[in-house]
Design a protein around this ligand. Structure first.
Ligand code: HEM
Length: 264
């Protein structure tokens, strides 16, 4: 098939996608990404061997079903996509899903997996957490609180990193004051990196095998590396029992960009 012919189905399904988007109102994404009490799920998948053997036209037809499912569920959940392939040996694609109800996330993942594209997905890992109001920040100085509100540098970030974390029983046995003092130290060493690293914290105890899922966006991976090295030196880090396993590192993609990459 010529390049021109292989582009036609892409254009056609772009039109279908535009129709589906206009038919489904989008959930209040800003609210889901900012408020406490929201469930965040990170679902990583590998593509099966058959995917690599499919003709481009067959891939495009299956990717149209990915687009359909994502657009359909955007009514209830906020969906972000990340390409892990090439940067991770565990998985190829990662879906970040935010919802007020975890069952809405489940509905999306079920529909995704039963779509024609989803039949090629092999589940690698699903992690859940809940956004909460800050536990320790209210006990910080006004200056630290203000510094924490400083926005990161404008512009789209290129990379996303997801790191699950579990802390020791000793950490949870400490009183709030002692934990706050250590989190103050955690914050003092990490604040200089806020300019280039965006962060988000999910509480996972009871919802997953870990206590937290930490999520970061940056275009400067070297800064992120230095940030983690700084963090490893503070007292609070000594209470960490699991850091990563897996650490997921990927590039941020729009739905159309992801489809274009996977179609190749
Ligand atoms: C951009 C740099 C960072 C800043 C400014 C920052 C700041 C903070 C703050 C203020 C809290 C306390 C939230 C609360 O009051 O509940 C916190 C919690 C936490 N941070 Fe960071 N952080 C940064 C980077 C990191 C990194 C790189 C990791 C690990 C990969 C990390 C792991 C955690 C964890 C696990 C908690 C929860 C601790 C607990 O509640 O016991 N942070 N961070």
């Amino acid at each position: 098939m010529t390049r021109f012919h292989s582009i036609i189905p892409l254009l056609l399904w772009g039109l279908v996608g535009a129709w589906i988007s206009s038919a489904h109102a989008e959930v209040d994404r800003e609210r889901l990404l900012a408020e406490p009490g929201i469930y965040g799920t990170f679902a990583a998948f590998a593509l099966d061997d058959e995917w690599g053997r499919l003709e481009p036209s067959a891939r495009i037809a299956r990717l149209a079903t990915l687009k359909g499912v994502v657009e359909q569920h955007r009514e209830n959940v906020a969906i972000d996509l990340y390409l892990l392939r090439g940067l991770s040996d565990r998985a190829d694609v990662l879906f970040g899903i935010h919802a007020s109800e975890l069952r809405d996330t489940q509905r999306f993942l079920l529909d995704l997996q039963s779509s024609r594209f989803g039949t090629h997905l092999i589940g690698v890992r699903v992690m859940h957490g809940l956004t909460k109001k800050p536990n320790y920040v209210p006990g910080f100085s006004d200056q630290m609180k203000t510094e924490l509100k400083a926005p990161s540098e404008a512009g789209e970030k290129l990379y996303a990193i997801v790191i699950p974390i579990r802390k020791s029983a000793e950490w949870w046995e400490l009183d709030q004051e002692k934990r706050t003092a250590m989190m103050r130290e955690h914050t003092a060493v990490t604040l200089p990196f806020l300019k280039t690293v965006k962060r988000k914290l999910y509480h996972s105890s009871g919802l997953d095998d870990v206590d937290f899922i930490t999520y970061f966006e940056t275009s400067t991976l070297e800064d992120f590396h230095s940030l983690v090295l700084s963090l490893q030196k503070v007292k609070e880090f000594g209470y960490t029992r699991q850091f990563g396993s897996p650490t997921l590192l990927g590039t941020m993609q729009s739905l159309d960009e992801m489809i274009e990459v996977l179609a190749q």
